[in-house]
Every structure is written in C-alpha cells, then in structure tokens.
Design a binder for this molecule. Structure first.
Ligand SMILES: NC(=O)C1=CN([C@@H]2O[C@H](COP(=O)(O)OP(=O)(O)OC[C@H]3O[C@@H](n4cnc5c(N)ncnc54)[C@H](OP(=O)(O)O)[C@@H]3O)[C@@H](O)[C@H]2O)C=CC1
Ligand SMILES: N[C@@H](CC=O)C(=O)O
Length: 321
C-alpha cells in the first residue's frame, strides 16, 4: 500500500508515481501481480489488495488475486452484491485457504454493521429481520431538505460532502441501497441477486433514462425534478409524515426489498440527522428490544476508518502473511 505523504498535492503525487512506473490502475495492477509468481510464496509479508474504487473490473479480479495469495479489504460493493455463484466460491475459498475477504465498509461505512451481524450469528443467535436506513446520501437529503429548498441543490451538497457514489445516480435510483440489502441478505443465508430485487427509484423515469449522459450532465438535469420533489414532500408534511428510503431483509420469509415509504414524524427513521444510518437487528435473542446501530453512514473519514479497521484486523490475524 502506498500512502501519500502529508502536504503533497494528489495530482503531483500521482504524476510522480506513474513516472516511476507505479501502476495507478488497480485492474492493471492486479494483472501485473497475477503475472508474477504466487504472491504468498514470493513475499513473506502480509499482502492485501485494498480496493477503494467502485469499479466492476477491479472487483472481478478478487477471485484470481485471492488464489494468488492476497487478502482483500474493500468498501466496494460490486463483488459482494454481484452474481451469487462467484461470490459463494470466493467465500468458500477464503474459508478453506485462510485468506481474508473484509468488507465492513460496504454497509454503513465505518459503522459496525456487518461485524455486529457476524457476532450475533457466530454466537448462535437467529436473525428474524434486519431493517434500516442504509444510505448516507438519501438520509442526508431527506434530513436536510425543507420546503422552499431546491432538491437539486441538496443533492449537489451531498455530492460535495463526499456522501454519494462516484455516480450519484446509483444513490438516487436506490441501486446503492439494493446492493447493501443484497450483502446483508446473503449474510443470513438468503440467495439474493441484485437483478431480482424490487427497487423503487427516488427520481422519475425521465431522469432514470439518462444513462447515456455523464455525471455532470445528469446533475445539470436534476433541477427538472425539483417541483415533483417539493410536491411529494409537501403532501407527506401535510399528513404529519416524512418520506424515507428503507432496506429490509425478512430472514424468516427469505425475502429482501428496498422501499420508499412514509413514516410518522415520531418514528425512529424520522428522527435521524445528517448522513445518519440506522440499522435495526431483530433476532431471537433481541426480539423485544432489537439491537440498533446508528451514526454517520457516509463520508471519507468514517469510510476510511471502516476500511482501516478491516486492514488492521487482517494484518493482526496474518502476521506472517
Ligand atoms: N463515499 C462514501 O461515503 C462511501 C463509499 N463507499 C465505497 O467506497 C468506494 C469509493 O467511493 P468514494 O471514495 O466515494 O468514490 P470516489 O469517486 O471519491 O473515489 C474512487 C476512487 O477510485 C479510483 N479508481 C476508480 N477506478 C480505479 C481503478 N481501476 N484503479 C485505481 N483507482 C481507481 C478513482 O480514481 P480516478 O478519480 O482517477 O477515477 C477515485 O480516486 C465505492 O465503492 C463506494 O461505494 C463505501 C462506504 C461509504
Ligand atoms: N453512497 C453511499 C456511500 C456509502 O456506502 C451512501 O450514501 O450511503
């Protein structure tokens, strides 16, 4: 892993590294590693791929990289919510080979969501239901937006704060929440696939079709949705309700879904602030008073902390690689 020295400009640092032949594309880097000898045999130290991109092509290299001896730490949801068969194979390979696949930051960023779930399962608890506000971006938008504001301004603000995905369409379409729900559902044994998840988009058809335009064009077209959002929010407010985007895993029914619902203003989902996530685990052990994990669920600092904690765990549990 290469760490940028304090005070060095990112662009200049990148230029310097590529001048020294350091590959800056993770997928190409992966290919170059695979061209070498078995990583675990050739290097005594712990080798970890730290994928902090949102790239499908980097995620596709995980199985081969793990077979070559690397551990994988990532906040990237593409592999964990990708096709089920390779996902299961990688988890099984990791289990038998002692390689680690660590992905805490894929759900709730730095919040202990997956580790809490793992500990509940590890100690014999049975999950009944997982429900929550799983998007820092959508939470921020709903918590910040007030009548009279422009919806598009609040989205731009969330993007500037580093809460959105590299492509904010993933957040506004509900796809990012659906990915997190797939990851959670698989933890409790539901063979969830992203394609079969019912996802309700926050933005209208006309904007959803804008796949051909780039992110900046999309952001420029977003004000077209301002009026519709204002009338939707006004309607909910007139009924004393708020609109929230919620992911739900019903472990008993073996079902997972993402829904846009209205809640009374006193509901815990309506009481959040900023980019807060709130994940509620109802289990056999915690049936009457479920376990709740709450806190900021997006942003560079908290996400980096989640990734770093995973990295430290890998290094500690594999001191010799
Ligand atoms: N932002 C957040 O709050 C959270 C993010 N995540 C996840 O973290 C990941 C990163 O998100 P975020 O930091 O917000 O996104 P950014 O767009 O800020 O950063 C992504 C980085 O990945 C780099 N990148 C993309 N493809 C490659 C590649 N093939 N090889 C090397 N570098 C590459 C990009 O470089 P370049 O700019 O040159 O393209 C960019 O620097 C995503 O998977 C996201 O889902 C998870 C939890 C919270
Ligand atoms: N874009 C995501 C970032 C974390 O996964 C979000 O808003 O929650």
């Amino acid at each position: 892993m290469l760490l940028r020295p304090d005070g060095v400009d990112l662009a200049r640092w990148r230029e310097e590294l590529s001048g020294k032949g350091v590959p800056m594309d993770l997928a190409r880097f992966a290919a170059s590693i695979l061209g070498q000898q078995d990583c675990s045999a050739s290097k005594p130290q712990c080798c970890v791929l730290l994928d902090c991109s949102a790239s499908d092509s980097v995620a596709a290299t995980y199985p081969a990289l793990m077979r070559s001896g690397l551990h994988i730490v990532t906040p990237n949801k593409k592999f964990g919510s990708g096709p089920l068969a390779p996902y299961r194979e990688l988890r099984e390979f990791a289990e038998h080979s002692g390689r680690s696949f660590m992905y805490e930051a894929t759900v709730g960023a730095g919040l202990p969501v997956l580790s809490t779930l793992h500990d509940l399962l590890l100690t014999g608890d049975k999950v009944i239901r997982i429900e929550g506000i799983l998007s820092g971006t959508l939470s921020y938008i709903f918590n910040t937006y007030k009548l009279g504001m422009r919806f598009s301004d609040v989205v731009a603000d969330a993007r500037a704060k580093g809460y959105t995905e590299p492509d904010p369409r993933d957040d506004l379409s509900g796809l990012d929440v659906a990915r997190k729900v797939v990851i959670l559902a698989r933890e409790v044994g539901i063979p969830a696939e992203l394609d079969s998840m019912g996802v309700q988009s926050l933005v209208p058809e006309s904007l959803r079709d804008a796949t051909a335009v780039g992110v900046d064009d999309y952001m420029a077209r977003l004000p077209q949705f301002d009026e519709e959002m204002a009338s939707r929010a006004a309607e909910a407010a007139a009924n004393g309700e708020v609109v929230r985007y919620v992911g739900c895993v019903d472990a008993e029914a073996g079902r997972a879904e993402v829904v846009l619902k209205t809640y009374p203003a006193a509901h815990p989902f309506a009481q959040l602030s900023g980019s807060d996530n709130l994940i509620v685990f109802t289990t056999e052990r915690y049936k009457d008073r479920p376990v709740c994990v709450r806190g900021p669920g997006a942003g560079a600092e908290v996400t980096a902390a989640g990734v770093f904690a995973d990295l430290i765990k890998v290094i500690r549990s594999h001191p010799r690689g």
